[in-house]
Ligand binder design. Structure first.
Ligand code: C2O
Ligand code: CU
Ligand code: CU
Length: 504
């Protein structure tokens, strides 16, 4: 009898434990898949229910949209003041259909911020969303309190007023949201745009610099739309670990776009603003083009390439020579990374009135000396299969914890970092590693010197499965806390991110 009671108790406890596990697992799953989602973005959406644009599509029907340059609200010789409102809106997108969008000052994207080295600028940034956001200047070298990563969320309806001096050379940056857990959905809903810096050198270089005419941003994104042309963000386990792949490509704000060009050399600022997709850009006729800048500043001399690979949020400027084309000719920018995509068509429509010669050299770069490094660190970007309820996307087995400092770094020191992609058992994902505050140079990729396309200054680097990349980096000017993380937005939002602190 006693034995019987004992067994019944054991069974009961067993059943209770099992139910607690199942319930916890269910709750976790539910929270996990929904807490990132903006309320109007559906999750776990039936994929068959979506509008798909054919990737092999060869009709280019929309003129490329290029945003305007932001004008300061007040301007004096010593400071320029800008105002930015972060807002949620509806935009008419496909004839008569209103799509819900987020935007800076407008209903989608934002204006191009364009400033010069050494200029002092200040912003009034008002958050008109019903959730926290930040505006991170990827990658502008700013004091930590204005870098605006996860540490300084702007609450709904609050205004934040950073002001800083542009202490860096020319190049194309972005501003984009960066608060914990909702970076991916906010950025995906069109919240991000360009921040261009000029300097004395860049103004003197013999390169095309007429924004809209021969200096054209090409910001490439992928989206999923449902039958009503609303955005679909599926943040289920698969897209989190693997990635969120859209079934539709957009350039700036245009679908199936074309751009008219002169029979001249045109400069394109290429930016991969996709949550997770990597591209390998090439021209449909395999024509060569010239890379003149990477993530950060110019290359020493234009690099002749057939194709260029850009992982999420990497950037490059290229020159394409159209002078041998005839009026009426066209060529398509494509991508062939692990699939074939058509991105945009260039149509040659105008004679040029002068000749352009690709410059022999651009700038000279200060190469960081590996012997000056005082410390080496290794970061394993680790993917573990989702086992029970934990989804592990870690750096050295640790996830982001906002109140923990993972690495302390001495101001003005140089370090060598090794970044490795360690895939899971069956999840082979690649990563895109980005560091705030300081730019770096690649010393080696898989023990070989880096390719000509990426051996210059960088702030984001691609890591294929099992890749081993060594970089060298020097920490200057500012102290306090910054982050580094995978820039695949689903990975970043799921804490594949660490905090470093620069100390005196
Ligand atoms: Cu594009 Cu942490 O940033
Ligand atoms: Cu950044
Ligand atoms: Cu990643």
């Amino acid at each position: 009898m006693k034995n019987m009671i004992h067994k019944t108790y054991l069974l009961l406890i067993f059943i209770i434990l099992i139910s607690i596990t199942i319930i916890t697992y269910g709750c976790f799953n539910y929270l996990w898949t929904t807490n990132n989602n903006y309320y109007w973005i559906m999750w776990w959406y039936n994929l068959e229910n979506q509008n798909t644009l054919d990737f092999s599509n060869s009709k280019f029907t929309n003129k490329l949209y290029i945003p305007k340059i932001l004008t300061p609200i007040t301007e004096s010789w010593w400071i320029e003041k800008y105002s930015i409102k972060v807002q949620s809106w509806e935009t008419e997108f496909f004839n008569w259909i209103k799509t819900r969008t987020l935007g800076y000052n407008w209903s989608f994207l934002g204006p191009t911020i364009r400033v010069k080295e050494w200029q002092k600028i200040s912003f009034d940034i008002k958050n008109n969303l019903d959730q926290p956001t930040t505006v991170h200047w990827h990658w502008v070298h700013t004091p930590s309190e204005y870098d605006w990563g996860v540490f300084n969320p702007i609450k709904p309806w609050e205004t934040f007023k950073p002001n800083f001096e542009i202490k860096q050379v020319a190049w194309t940056f972005w501003y984009h949201p960066h608060s914990m857990w909702n970076t991916a959905t906010q950025a995906y809903s069109w919240l991000a745009w360009l921040f261009i810096i000029d300097d004395d050198k860049s103004e003197k270089l013999e390169i095309p610099k007429n924004y809209w005419v021969d200096d054209i941003p090409l910001v490439i994104q992928d989206k999923n739309f449902d039958n009503n042309w609303q955005l679909v963000y599926s943040n289920n386990m698969h897209s989190v670990i693997n990635w969120m792949y859209g079934n539709t490509i957009m350039v700036n704000w245009s679908l199936t776009p074309y751009q008219e060009v002169t029979k001249w050399v045109i400069r394109f600022r290429l930016l991969n603003w996709s949550n997770a997709r990597t591209y390998n850009f090439k021209l449909s006729n395999n024509q060569e083009f010239y890379e003149i800048a990477t993530d950060w500043w110019f290359v020493e001399k234009p690099v002749k390439l057939n194709s260029i690979r850009l992982s999420p949020w990497e950037r490059a400027e290229i020159l394409i020579d159209f002078s041998n084309y005839k009026i009426g000719d066209n060529v398509v920018l494509q991508s062939n990374f692990d699939e074939n995509l058509n991105i945009i068509e260039f149509r040659v429509t105008k004679e040029a009135n002068k000749k352009y010669i690709i410059p022999k050299s651009l700038v000279s770069i200060d190469w960081l000396d590996p012997n000056s490094s005082i410390k080496e660190r290794t970061f394993n970007l680790q993917t573990m299969e989702r086992w029970m309820m934990w989804n592990l996307l870690t750096i050295n087995w640790k996830n982001m914890y906002i109140n923990r400092v993972d690495e302390k770094i001495k101001l003005w020191s140089t370090e060598i970092w090794t970044i490795k992609n360690i895939p899971g058992f069956w999840m082979n994902v690649w990563h895109s590693f980005h560091i705030h505050d300081m730019q770096f140079q690649i010393l080696s990729r898989n023990w070989n010197p880096p390719d000509d396309s990426e051996k210059w200054w960088k702030d984001t680097v691609f890591l294929n499965v099992w890749d081993n990349v060594k970089i060298i980096i020097k920490f200057t000017d500012y102290t306090w806390k910054y982050m580094y993380h995978c820039h695949i937005l689903e990975h970043e939002d799921n804490w594949m991110m660490w905090v470093f602190e620069i100390i005196k």
